[in-house]
Design a protein around this ligand. Structure first.
Ligand SMILES: NC(=O)c1ccc[n+]([C@@H]2O[C@H](COP(=O)([O-])OP(=O)(O)OC[C@H]3O[C@@H](n4cnc5c(N)ncnc54)[C@H](OP(=O)(O)O)[C@@H]3O)[C@@H](O)[C@H]2O)c1
Length: 242
């Protein structure tokens, strides 16, 4: 898929991984619909950085825990250029476990990390004009194959996102390709410093955290390659080998 001149919707695009993906797409020549939840100032800064790369950018606020939000986001995103790329990056990362999880916590994680990408993808497919091809990239986590005790609802939701990636690739073929990147130690979790991630990453084959550049490269690769769909590409520095 030629990215230049297409329009991409990136959820959670205000900062960190979502911001890097959004700016990578802008650098590749994509107009952007930059979704954010609460980080309005960061979204404005990312939008300005993307616009400086010469593309058109619209920012859009929506709480993705709201089941009505995905339809609204896609309806509002339909500007002069149809959205042909959807990157589902927004997610929550609560510190829960099986014993302690509450039904409210469970529902919120599943709503943001799984239901929202499903409903966004459905609305995206419905809005895509019949004569155009599109592509979706979901942002998941390599730990779905090797769950931890902590971050229980997160891990289960991302596992659902993995299966959704495969199911949607089948359901939306051949017009829309659906792939995923399964991330490892990319950035320290919010609230933790870079030393925390460095120590953790010493245990993986790469021996260091990835940073966002490899994520952006993987997303662009999956979007550009017309013969890849239903693929979950690990960007984890080889963490899955150990
Ligand atoms: N960082 C890593 O090393 C790593 C590792 C594995 C997987 N991942 C995955 O990569 C993606 C990005 O990670 P990250 O570390 O950059 O995440 P992050 O810093 O925690 O950011 C999450 C994003 O999700 C948005 N979000 C959360 N709840 C929302 C809601 N209810 N409605 C709308 N937006 C909401 C936030 O938007 P606002 O701030 O605007 O509210 C934020 O932009 C996630 O899917 C994550 O699971 C990251």
């Amino acid at each position: 898929m030629e990215l230049r001149g297409t329009c991409a919707l990136v959820t959670g695009g205000a900062h960190r991984v979502g911001r890097a993906i959004a700016l990578g797409l802008a650098e590749a020549g994509c107009d952007l619909v930059l979704h954010y939840g609460s980080a309005a100032a960061a979204a404005a800064a990312t939008a300005a950085a993307a616009a400086a790369l010469g593309v058109r950018v619209a920012t859009m606020q929506a709480d993705l825990a709201d089941p009505e939000a995905p339809e609204r986001v896609l309806a509002a995103a339909g500007g002069p250029a149809p959205v042909r790329i959807l990157v589902n990056s927004a997610a929550v990362f609560p510190d829960d476990d099986l014993e302690g999880i509450t039904s409210e916590g469970w529902d919120r994680t599943l709503a943001v990390n799984l239901r929202a990408p499903v409903l966004l993808t459905r609305a995206f497919a419905a809005a895509l004009p019949a004569d155009l091809e599109g592509a979706v990239v979901n942002v998941t986590d390599w730990r779905t194959a090797r769950p931890y005790r902590e971050h229980f609802s997160y891990t289960v939701a991302k596992g659902g996102l993995d299966t959704f990636t495969l199911a949607a690739a089948e359901a939306l073929a051949p017009r829309i390709r659906v792939n995923a990147v399964a991330l490892g130690a990319i950035l320290p979790p919010p609230g933790k410093g870079s030393e925390y991630l460095k120590a953790l990453a010493q245990q993986i084959p790469a021996g260091r955290p990835g940073g966002t550049d490899p994520v952006v490269a993987a997303v662009l690769f999956l979007l550009r390659n017309p013969f890849i769909t239903g693929e979950i590409l690990r960007v984890d520095g080889g963490a899955h080998l150990r």
